[in-house]
Design a protein around this ligand. Structure first.
Ligand SMILES: *[C@@H]1O[C@H](CO)[C@@H](O)[C@H](O)[C@H]1NC(C)=O
Length: 318
């Protein structure tokens, strides 16, 4: 009797336990990386995390930190070595059990290119969908401006621009590490230690792991803010960049009417980085997995424009 009973109940029990393991499926976790001037748990970031939890009940959310202390974390958005910061974050993500099977990632402003660097250089645990809002994937070609009559600010800005490719700035000033000056591309390529590397721009240092990892994303969602005046040029959020002055000079020789004042934007699909597929971006795009989106408004004025994207591309629904 007892034997029969257990024979009969065992398959049932194992069926129950295996279906229990499947039915209460949690949404895929998500990792956030905040923007410049913000910190991992600012009121804005806490609000963002809680709205995501409303959209995806039960989701695990981790907000990346460089320092647990909020003001030090904010400072680390301005000062520090970006490559070191990304290594630190890679260790942090690898140590979180909830992320073990992979996660989606949302990068706000500069947090977007930093998460992309994580994908290219580490990606363990792996990222499925990467969404970046107003990020500077092709760097910035100007530092945020000063007001017209603020001469002190302008003097500081000039000094900063002069020194931006110094060894010290490239190891200590975060924005210098993604400053890509169209008038000094050669200097950028020889001095820059972060952006030129993650963009695989220097032939001698090109690393196929970066393109392999980047192309392993399921979806890459790039959001550009239509009125962005903080990111110069705003098209950087879509892998666009200002024409380098060398390109313009070459054009000037061909067509004398094209002056430097008419410098245009090189869009993603015309970038050598894309056409020669240095980072796997073309592969992703040709597979149909690059999603170019816009939000109306100035830099990081997210309004409710993020909600549909986060509903669709976060939590394991796409
Ligand atoms: C390429 O990148 C991977 C991942 O970051 C790294 O482990 C490897 O050492 C790099 N290879 C070279 C030749 O630098």
């Amino acid at each position: 009797m007892i034997l029969n009973f257990s024979i009969c109940i065992l398959p049932l029990l194992s069926w129950i336990t295996s279906s229990l393991a499947v039915i209460p499926q949690h949404p895929r976790p998500v990792v956030l990386w905040h923007g410049l001037g913000d910190s991992h748990s600012s009121p804005g970031m806490l609000e963002f995390a809680s709205r995501i939890k409303e959209l995806h009940p039960g989701i695990f959310v981790h907000s990346v930190f460089i320092d647990q202390d909020l003001s030090k974390d904010r400072q680390a958005g301005f000062y520090g070595n970006v490559n070191d910061q990304i290594e630190f974050v890679a260790d942090q993500l690898a140590s979180i059990p909830e992320l073990r099977d992979g996660f989606d990632a949302i990068g706000l402003s500069q947090g977007g290119q930093f998460l992309r660097a994580y994908v290219e250089m580490y990606n363990s645990p792996p990222v499925q969908n990467l969404i970046t809002f107003g990020s500077q994937h092709m760097g910035i070609s100007d530092l945020p401006g000063c007001s017209r009559y603020d001469f002190l600010c302008q003097a500081a800005l000039r000094a900063a621009k002069q020194a931006v490719y110094s060894d010290w700035a490239q190891k200590n000033l975060v924005q210098a590490q993604y400053y890509r000056d169209p008038a000094r591309i050669q200097t950028y390529l020889t001095s820059n230690l972060f952006l030129s590397a993650v963009n695989n721009e220097v032939p001698a240092f090109r690393n196929s792991t970066y393109s392999h990892n980047f192309a392993s994303l399921q979806k890459l969602v790039l959001v550009l803010f239509t009125e962005d005046k903080t990111v110069v040029p705003k098209e950087s959020s879509w892998f666009g960049s200002e024409e380098s002055h060398d390109d313009v000079r070459a054009l000037d020789n061909q067509y004398s009417f094209v002056g430097a004042s008419e410098r245009g934007i090189v869009p993603m699909r015309l970038q050598p980085l894309y056409t020669e597929d240095w980072i796997g971006l073309r592969q992703l795009d040709q597979r149909g997995d690059v999603v170019l989106e816009t939000c109306q408004g100035e830099h990081m004025q997210m309004g409710d424009c993020w909600e549909d994207l986060v509903t669709k591309f976060v939590g394991g629904k796409a």
